[in-house]
Design a protein around this ligand. Sequence first.
Ligand code: GLV
Ligand code: GLV
Length: 323
Amino acid sequence: MAKIFITRPIPEAGSKMLRDKGYEVVVNEAARERAAAQEEMLAGIVGSDVLLSVLTDKITAEIMDAGLPTLKIIANYAVGFDNVDIEAAKQRGIMVTNTPGVLTDTVAEHTFALILAIAHRIAEADRFSRAGKYHAWGPELLLGSDVSGKTLGVLGLGRIGSRVAYHAAKGFGMKVLYYDPKQNPDFEKEYGAVYVANIDDLLPQCDFVSIHVPLLDSTRHLFNEERFKKMKPSAYLINTSRGPIIDEKALALSLSKGLIRGAAIDVFENEPDITPELKELDNIIMTPHIASATQETRDKMAELAATNIIEALEGRTPPNLVK
Ligand code: GLV
Ligand code: GLV
């Protein structure tokens, strides 16, 4: 009987599929509200055929070795898989899968929630109201910025970036510019989008910039002080991809110096820590890596992770094999 070690409790929808198959499912219940500890993973993986990991788990060669020779599959409960050492998995012949697609709409919605919230100063206005500062309606009270008709720069035209562009173009009449290693003429036709082959040429043209690239060596600190200087002082930066793509200290400095007008981010450079200077600023909205966190989507992610595992254990190619 195959044994599956799940590093943190995930929605029952997924673990039930695995139990129904008769697999032995071991869930590290202790890590419900915190990340799994290294020792818990090292112990839990021994004798397991499958490791079901989440994005707070750093799946290193050492962890994989602890699971050998039984470990065959690492099913990551996330679309991103920068937390898994893919090279090490390859060398050991361990399959890695992720959960793309099912979270696209939800993350795109959250991205748009951030765009609207930062432009309309929603979080700041909420703090203002709660603090008893609303004494009179004012013609210039908490003035924000329109979204409709503005220019959105999409960095990374994958599933999520495309969906954000769809909301922008179809819902808000925004002009969409995009950068991606690959140009996409069909997308351009559908959304009136314009390809910009170079990020540094894209930034000065955008009122909003939304990041949808994976975390790679080449995207780490893609946003540093130089890049913030290229943006309009009236522009907003949105990040729902991975934190280390932004140099957080540079972001704090740029926001306080007015190099850009605002930022709204769901991910952080050193999660769960947040650069303290950011917490002092009013022109940033921060959410704790919850862009895919709806009940429906987390259920679907759990089911998809389970499907990947079942397919692999039954000798078929899992639908979301990371190459
Ligand atoms: C969340 O950040 C994910 O990659 O699914
Ligand atoms: C992830 O699903 C992406 O391709 O953006």
